[in-house]
Design a binder for this molecule. Structure first.
Ligand SMILES: NC(=O)c1ccc[n+]([C@@H]2O[C@H](COP(=O)([O-])OP(=O)(O)OC[C@H]3O[C@@H](n4cnc5c(N)ncnc54)[C@H](OP(=O)(O)O)[C@@H]3O)[C@@H](O)[C@H]2O)c1
Length: 293
């Protein structure tokens, strides 16, 4: 039987394993890890250092449920746990996009429900255990769920962002911009380099120091102060030539360059670009390349 502090992890993926292991290492009693595939559940439980269980067994083993399954499976898993007899505990899920409402079946069973999204990328459980320490956690919760969320954040030596439920999608879109869209930008840069004659494997290697230093500068100085390049300098002719040569590029690559450039012009204005140069650059992208200045 479970006690009020025992934790059950629902989900055998990267986040469930990483957070489960982190809590175990922090001295929490992680009673079990539950999943739908016996083999994956055994392996995940071994990594966390807990027992393996089915989702139906989990409510008997733990009063604190940490639900780390795919976003689209949250409602189904919450319903399964509620049907299995989960009563009067605390449940947190780790999705950034959803609020506590996705756990409605558990709330109806007397659970205090909340959302706790680690603002970190977890590619493997091992990397995740390290990377989650010190991360920000976006929390939407009240009552007992808020208290448990705060405890997890403290144990991870992280810090808490309080996000209203109706704004979680905006928050999560921001996280996607900072993380996944970075991959899309580099992918586009590699594609463009290859049309310039550089092999894709060389392109990534060549771009890596530039991308790394740019990222570090932005993080250290802030986006406006870290900005360099033709838009920041107001080199309109250079940017015009880019834009003209991109006429043969794919539509999505052109649009990516155009939208990023418009955002960069605003950023450059904030870091000192003269208004007249900013206007000429803007006309270039808004006027379909017909900059007549
Ligand atoms: N990884 C990250 O960087 C990261 C960062 C922040 C937050 N998160 C959040 O953490 C949660 C889990 O993500 P993850 O990266 O750990 O994903 P993952 O590695 O792909 O694992 C997903 C887990 O969900 C389970 N699942 C999927 N559909 C299910 C269903 N219908 N019924 C029961 N279980 C089901 C999978 O079970 P099977 O193994 O049986 O398929 C697997 O255990 C998500 O809400 C995600 O938004 C992830």
């Amino acid at each position: 039987m479970s006690d009020a502090q025992s934790i059950g992890v629902a989900g055998t993926g990267r986040m469930g394993q990483a957070l489960g292991r982190l809590l175990m290492e922090a001295g929490c009693r992680v009673a079990a890890v539950a999943g739908r595939d016996p083999g994956r559940t055994q392996a995940a439980a071994r990594f966390v250092g807990a027992h393996a269980a089915t989702l139906e067994e989990l409510p008997q083993l733990a009063s604190r449920l940490l639900i780390a399954v795919s976003d689209d499976a949250l409602a189904t898993v919450a319903a399964r746990l509620a049907r299995a007899g989960a009563r009067h505990g605390v449940a947190l899920h780790t999705s950034g996009a959803h609020g506590p409402e996705v756990l409605a079946p558990l709330a109806a069973s007397g659970f205090s429900c909340g959302a706790l999204h680690p603002l970190q990328t977890v590619a493997t459980p091992e990397q995740g255990v390290l990377a989650l320490r010190g991360a920000a956690f976006a929390v939407t919760a009240e009552g007992a769920a808020a208290l448990w969320a705060a405890e997890i954040v403290r144990l991870a030596q992280g810090w808490m962002l309080t996000i209203p439920a109706e704004r979680r999608s905006l928050y999560h879109a921001a996280a996607v911009l900072a993380s996944n869209c970075f991959a899309a930008l580099l992918d586009a840069a590699i594609a463009l380099m290859s049309t310039a004659g550089v092999q894709p494997c060389d392109a990534l290697r060549a771009l890596a120091p530039l991308a790394r230093a740019s990222c570090e500068n932005v993080l250290a100085l802030g986006p406006a102060a870290a900005l360099t390049g033709p838009i920041r300098r107001g080199d309109v002719e250079t940017v015009r030539r880019h834009w003209e040569r991109l006429a043969d590029a794919s539509a999505d690559l052109r649009e990516l360059y155009r939208v990023c450039s418009l955002r960069l012009i605003g950023l450059a204005r904030r870091s000192g670009l003269e208004p007249a140069a900013a206007q000429r650059l803007q006309d270039l992208f808004r006027g379909g390349g017909q900059d007549d200045a």
